[in-house]
Design a protein around this ligand. Structure first.
Ligand code: 13P
Length: 230
């Protein structure tokens, strides 16, 4: 995609996140990998409702600013984003937000690992809760690294949520899927608790994922049905 269109897409995703109440004030950040191995990132300290293409910052793999309007620095969480790209060459975009229901689980110290809803089982699998880390420090990238090999969606303890995808829309959709699943799980809790899908049925859903839907990315149950184990 042309870089100007990509910048517009980042701004569109930022506004969608703000409109849905997933971010307040300057919360949340988005980045995208470009063909030349550099990255576009949202600037630190700017509301996602006010992001415009000229405010985005282009950086290298170390977080060094290559292009950016005066006064705009990359997100303070850029180390977390860069770790995702470093660990996962298949990742083309990273989204971080604080969607309230999913973040409620992260704040309560609860993962979303019940295989209880068909679409989430196929699209994401279990959603782990990664250990606490001080934002902007190496603690957050260190905390998420063990989970990146098998997960595209994570809850960050006492913080929020992180999604990765082969492109920005895929990463954004994963955040949508996470928040909807968190809401459904909360309602199910109020109604007496989610009923998990039996194992043989989960196997069938994972088979569908690999052989029918061709969903990109990682899944904790992926290896079973992929010949290459990738
Ligand atoms: P930035 O404004 O630096 O991107 O930080 C927002 C945020 O959500 C920190 O967790």
């Amino acid at each position: 995609m042309d870089i100007e269109m990509l910048k517009e897409q980042i701004c569109d995703v930022c506004r969608k996140m703000w409109q849905q109440g997933w971010v307040a004030a300057n919360d949340g950040n988005v980045s995208v990998k470009l063909d030349d191995g550099t990255f576009l990132a949202t600037p630190t300290g700017v509301s996602k409702s006010f992001i415009t293409p000229d405010k985005l910052v282009r950086i290298d793999g170390e977080g060094k600013v290559l292009e950016g309007a005066p006064g705009y620095k990359p997100s303070s969480e850029i180390k977390m984003h860069l770790r995702c790209y470093r660990e996962r060459p298949d990742v083309g975009a990273v989204v971080h937000a604080h969607p309230p229901t999913a973040t409620g689980f992260a704040v309560a110290g609860k993962s979303l690992d019940k295989y209880s809803m068909i679409e989430t089982v196929i699209a994401i699998g279990s959603i782990p809760l990664t250990p606490y880390g001080t934002p902007s420090t190496d603690e957050v990238p260190e905390a998420i690294t063990p989970y990146l090999a098998e997960h595209d969606v994570m809850l960050l303890q006492n913080h929020g949520a992180l999604t990765v995808g082969c492109d920005l829309i895929t990463a954004y959709y994963r955040m949508e899927t996470l928040e909807l699943f968190a809401k459904i799980s909360l309602v199910a809790e109020l109604l007496g608790g989610a009923k998990e899908i039996p194992m043989p049925e989960i196997d069938k859903l994972l088979y569908l994922r690999e052989n029918y839907y061709h969903v990109t990315g990682k899944h904790p149950g992926y290896k079973k049905y992929n010949k290459d184990g990738k």
